[in-house]
Structures are given as structure tokens and as C-alpha cells.
Write a protein that binds this ligand. Structure first.
Ligand code: DC
Length: 232
């Protein structure tokens, strides 16, 4: 059966990765979390001391870019994909607040985006992929056969991220997370390079009041429309 490319874009913390992961599993596709790649570059920059507040030593980062290797490996124990930075599993480190509050300026750098978009396009060459992010339907795979643009209200998204961090035992403040969600929305939508926007041919999904099960059924319906194929 002919495989397609599925692009899932939208605001931060609106459950894009959960939905993209579930959909990929249900239809037997590869799932790629493009946000994890921007987070890995952010972690690298923090560790190297390239941040002075929110200002970045772009010359140093630009010079290092060719040596920053990012990959994903599936962990059979947790049944989850893990992000690797230069051979090290950084999955836990890239999800904390320090990386979350520094990632937007990294994602606004043109040379970072160019390198990561190229890598993402390589990963999707064979199709049969579900990728989530901000510019997947507009810049990475403009020809994707199925594009979904997800949104939910900022307070609902902050609550979800708060619950997620709490469940992992990581320190979190709801107010701080809400502020971070709103700031990232603003930067993501207003940056010069590949700002977050819905592709004209993307289907809009507001999941503020949808359960995971309802959302999954909705997604499988869209997949069926796009491919003519019915998944379990
Ligand atoms: O989805 P996320 O919260 O893990 O994304 C982290 C950051 O990376 C977020 O601020 C937006 C940015 N990003 C991006 O600019 N383009 C993508 N394709 C994915 C993420």
C-alpha cells in the first residue's frame, strides 16, 4: 500500500506528540518529534555556555552546528522513542523547564532551522512518517498528503504540561508554565524565519475539550480519507 507523509503542526503543549505517536503506532508509520531536535540544540548550547541570559553566542553555535548529531532510538523497555545528542540519551534533560524556557530563541535562528529541516527531510524521504512540529506542513513537507493544525486554549495547555511534569516528579509551577506557554506562542508566531502558521491545506483541530480517545478516532478518520485505508 502506498505510504503517505503526515504533518502535524500547532501550538506548544497541545498534545501534538501524543497524538502523532499514537497515530504512527496505529498505522505502522515512523514518528519523529521535530521539537525534540530544537530542544537538543538548546541543551547543547546551554551546556556549552553559549547563552548569556536569552542572548546566544551565534558565532560559536554556527561553528559547532556540523558537529551536533541528533538521532532517535526506540527503547523497547519504555516503548518510547528516545532523543540522542552526540550519542548520549538526553530525553529527560530536554523536557525540563530550563530547556523549555531557552528553546524559542534557538528555534528562531535561520542556520539552526536550515540544518534541522534538512535532517527532517532526509528522515522523511521514504514517506510512511508522522512528524510533528511548527513548520512541518509549511516548510519541511509542503507536499504532505495529510496536514493537521492543532490548537487548544493556553490555560488548558499549561495545565496539561504541569500535570505531565508533576507525574514525572519534576518541579513545576502552573503560573510559570502558563507564562512560558504564552511567551512561546508569541515568539513562535512572530519570528522572521518559518513562523508558526496553519498551511492553507491543513485541517484545523481544536482539542481543548476532546478526550485522547475522541481525538484518536478523529485522526484515524482523517487518515482513512487521505489514504482510503482503514487502520485498527
Ligand atoms: O514541540 P516542542 O514544545 O517540543 O517544541 C520546542 C520548541 O521548538 C518550540 O518553542 C517551537 C520550536 N519548534 C520549531 O520552531 N519548529 C518545529 N518544527 C518544532 C519545534
Amino acid at each position: 500500500m502506498k505510504k503517505i507523509t503526515i504533518a502535524i503542526d500547532g501550538f506548544s503543549s497541545c498534545g501534538k506528540s501524543t497524538m502523532a505517536k499514537d497515530l504512527a503506532r496505529a498505522v505502522g508509520y515512523v514518528y519523529i518529534d521535530s521539537g525534540a531536535m530544537y530542544r537538543a540544540v538548546t541543551l547543547y548550547s546551554l551546556r556549552k555556555g553559549y547563552f548569556k541570559g536569552q542572548t546566544i553566542d551565534t558565532d560559536a553555535l554556527r561553528r559547532d552546528m556540523p558537529d551536533i548529531r541528533i538521532s532517535f532510538r526506540f527503547d523497547p523497555d519504555t516503548q518510547r522513542s528516545q532523543t540522542y545528542l552526540n550519542g548520549e540519551n538526553v530525553e529527560a534533560d530536554i523536557r525540563g523547564m530550563e530547556v523549555s524556557s531557552h528553546v524559542s530563541p534557538i528555534a528562531a535562528l535561520d542556520f539552526v532551522r536550515e540544518a534541522l529541516v534538512r535532517l527532517q527531510q532526509e528522515m522523511g524521504r521514504e514517506k510512511g512518517i508522522v512528524m510533528d512540529g511548527r513548520d512541518i506542513g509549511t516548510a519541511v513537507f509542503p507536499d504532505a498528503e495529510l496536514k493537521i493544525f492543532v490548537t487548544a486554549s493556553p490555560d488548558i495547555r499549561a495545565r496539561r504540561r504541569f500535570d505531565e511534569l508533576k507525574a514525572k516528579g519534576q518541579p513545576a509551577s502552573y503560573e510559570e508554565i502558563l507564562k512560558n506557554v504564552e511567551e512561546r506562542d508569541y515568539i513562535d508566531q512572530h519570528r522572521d524565519v518559518s513562523p508558526l502558521r496553519k498551511a492553507d491545506d491543513a485541517i484545523l483541530l481544536d482539542n481543548s475539550h476532546m478526550s485522547i480517545a475522541e481525538q484518536k478516532a478523529w485522526l484515524l478518520e482523517q487518515f482513512k480519507h487521505a489514504t482510503g485505508y482503514e487502520a485498527d
